[in-house]
Design a protein around this ligand. Sequence first.
Ligand code: ATP
Ligand code: MG
Length: 344
Amino acid sequence: MAFKQLVFSGVQPSGNLHLGNYLGAIKKFVELQSRYDCIYCVVDMHAITVWQDPKELTTAIRDVTAAFIACGIDPKQHIVFNQSQVAEHAELAWVFNCVARLGWLNRMTQFKEKAGKDRENVSVGLYAYPTLMAADILAYRATHVPVGEDQKQHLELSRDIAQKFNNDYAASIAARGFGDAFFPQPEPLIQGPATRVMSLRDGTKKMSKSDASDQSRINLTDDADAIALKVRRAKTDPHPLPSEEKELDARPEADNLVGIYAALKDGTKAEVLKEFGGAQFSTFKNALVDLAVAKLGPIGAEMKRLTQDHAYIDSVLADGSSRAQQLAAETMKAVKDIVGFVRR
Ligand code: ATP
Ligand code: MG
């Protein structure tokens, strides 16, 4: 069965948006708008899988929305909304909790990393996070999902859930006229030189909102001075930049900065090394500061302007939520029929 091509992705309002979110996700969201219908979600229900102060959560929801728009997402042409305004996400997630197997969730590395040693004390929501993510995507029967490399495993789980639902309910799906599959197999879009931006302090750790050290990341709202300071202080090794991309494999910090430069420049790592191979880090870092400030400065400024205007941001979310809900409600009606629930 052929599914209508549709892009879905989400970002958590769980702290300051950073360069990893931009290069790994939001920049891709923007680029996909010319080729697909797109739905971009501020996933506030995911955010509360770890404690969020209510006031800060409200602010962060508006900040992520502002970031989407400041980066170039068009909320009129496409859909921008926050997850908690469309109850179908939670509803479908419950059905998926009953489709997904415990063994599948036990393999999720994000849970292991986020729960750490204190596993008995983290929320049930943190564990069930991937089934809600599957529901986010499949409530729209979306076919393409742009994400950073760290979300690849969750995307695979979404595919497994879609497949098992299609298999378990095959007869009911066919009887309802949906052919041999009700849900598509959503395809991850993970491409380019910055699918996993690393911490500026540790080239083996992902750049993350939840990292305690602000020096580990470049925030989208950092001003030119902050960006310059963080890049100049970024951890590196003592050697000049290599000329061959292969040589980056054993040099995580160099690899990271080269990848960031390439992504900001819409180029490849090979192109960056062609220009900077043999150069000292001090030279390269100066060029990186200039490029980062040129690309991120206008975004940060526009974000600051937009976040002042709560009425506008909230109206974007209200409009997006009502359009999203119309689509998700159709899916949910069909799911209820397929599962055998009685509905009004
Ligand atoms: P948290 O630490 O709270 O999980 P996060 O920084 O991982 O926050 P998310 O909201 O979970 O942000 O992820 C939003 C999008 O950004 C996802 O598509 C994710 O894959 C992508 N992303 C997050 N961190 C990076 C990174 N360091 N490099 C590339 N992409 C990233
Ligand atoms: Mg994350």
